[in-house]
Write a protein that binds this ligand. Structure first.
Ligand SMILES: [Mg+2]
Length: 359
């Protein structure tokens, strides 16, 4: 049985191609933690975490360094390690930086497992490697109608047929102007998702949602606070446009509570909050049981593999944020993520760039 010989984490602060201004703030550089987990067979499993703010980078790395003591020397059995970590952190709470660390370790373990098995992650999990339908989630922040219309056209590059526009301007009129401008700029038939990043209260979300109904939006994401299940359920029940939430589920049990509350029409768990690959598989079972279309949130590289074993797979969210530190970024062709038929989840660091962007 192979064992884990080391777990190393590094922080990088990577410039974005398209700065993103959402209802919760602006980011121009992405704070990432890169994880390398080595095994006695010589495999290196990799994953990365998005820390939202650089202020969390040092703490996230320190936590992962300390958690390495629990993992190093253990057999390479993702299920057992996930159970062990969940137990160890029950009292502290497996959310926030702790939850992200557990998820990052889990994703690196599965990557190592796939590399040792000489299989792409999708195939290790029993799926086939196939093109995964993706929407372009780069850019389209709160920049006003002229700029979003211009950027929307650029986002068609790569053959994308779908993209996501951030909403949550000060007024409904400004939201409508942005949607109208993007719709007018794009060819007919392009699918448009929108995201409020939790900006509204339920009453305002219903008012704005009704006004947006005429545009046939693919979904309205996080219209209200993500943990307000009752509020989300009210909005979902009131609108014809589907409500999408899920990036803030902290593990499958949290997701199960939201699903039981009827909080949304669609779900989109996030690899680093749902519990890595192990958490994702449980989340996919919950979505399947409830017949809810399931999309991904960030981390398109590993998430593309997971979509190949997600019964209600819907849309892969494509962002290029990690591309500058990847040797071979995820390829997009005709609006689909093309998973490489190579061992693992497809993450290999470009060490020169990693050094350049070290934080
Ligand atoms: Mg979102």
């Amino acid at each position: 049985m192979q064992t884990i010989t080391s777990l190393k984490s590094r922080a990088v602060f990577v410039p974005m191609t398209r700065p993103l201004h959402t209802a919760t703030g602006t980011i121009t550089k992405v704070p990432l933690v890169l994880i390398d987990l080595a095994t006695s067979a010589g495999a290196i499993g990799r994953s990365y975490l998005f820390c939202i703010t650089p202020l969390a980078l040092k703490a996230q790395v320190a936590l992962l360094d300390d958690m390495a003591s629990l993992v190093v020397g253990q057999p390479l059995v993702p299920f057992d390690i996930e159970q062990m970590l969940a137990k160890r952190f029950t009292l502290l709470g497996a959310t926030g930086l702790v939850g992200m660390a557990i998820s990052g370790i889990d994703a690196a373990l599965w990557d190592a497992k796939a590399i040792e098995a000489n299989l792409p992650l999708a195939r290790l999990l029993g799926g086939a490697v196939r093109p995964v339908k993706a929407y372009n989630s780069c850019g389209l922040g709160l920049m006003g109608p002229d700029k979003v219309a211009r950027e929307a056209l650029e986002l068609l590059q790569g053959g994308f047929s779908a993209m996501k526009l951030r909403l949550g301007y000060a007024t409904l009129d400004e939201d409508l102007a942005a949607v109208r401008a993007v719709k007018a700029a794009l060819p007919a038939g392009i699918v448009l998702m929108t995201d409020y990043n939790q900006a509204l209260d339920p009453t305002e979300a219903i008012r704005r949602g009704h006004a947006l109904e005429e545009f046939g939006l693919a979904w309205i994401e996080e219209p209200v606070r993500a943990d307000d299940h009752a509020g989300n359920a009210r909005v979902a029940a009131a609108l014809k446009t589907p409500v999408q939430i899920g990036e803030n589920y902290w593990g499958p049990r949290d997701m199960a509570r939201a699903v039981a509350a009827g909080a949304s029409d669609y779900v989109m768990p996030d690899l680093e909050r749902i519990g890595g690959v192990s958490g994702w598989l449980r989340a996919a079972a919950i979505a399947d049981a409830a017949a809810l279309p399931m999309s991904t949130h960030l981390f398109p590289e590993a998430s593309a593999h997971l979509m190949c074993v997600t019964p209600t797979a819907h849309w892969l969210e494509y962002v290029d944020w990690a591309n500058p530190v990847l040797q071979a970024p995820l390829e997009i062709r005709d609006g689909h993520a093309m998973i490489r038929d190579a061992p693992g989840s497809g993450l290999v660091w470009d060490e020169t760039r990693v050094k350049q962007y070290a934080y």
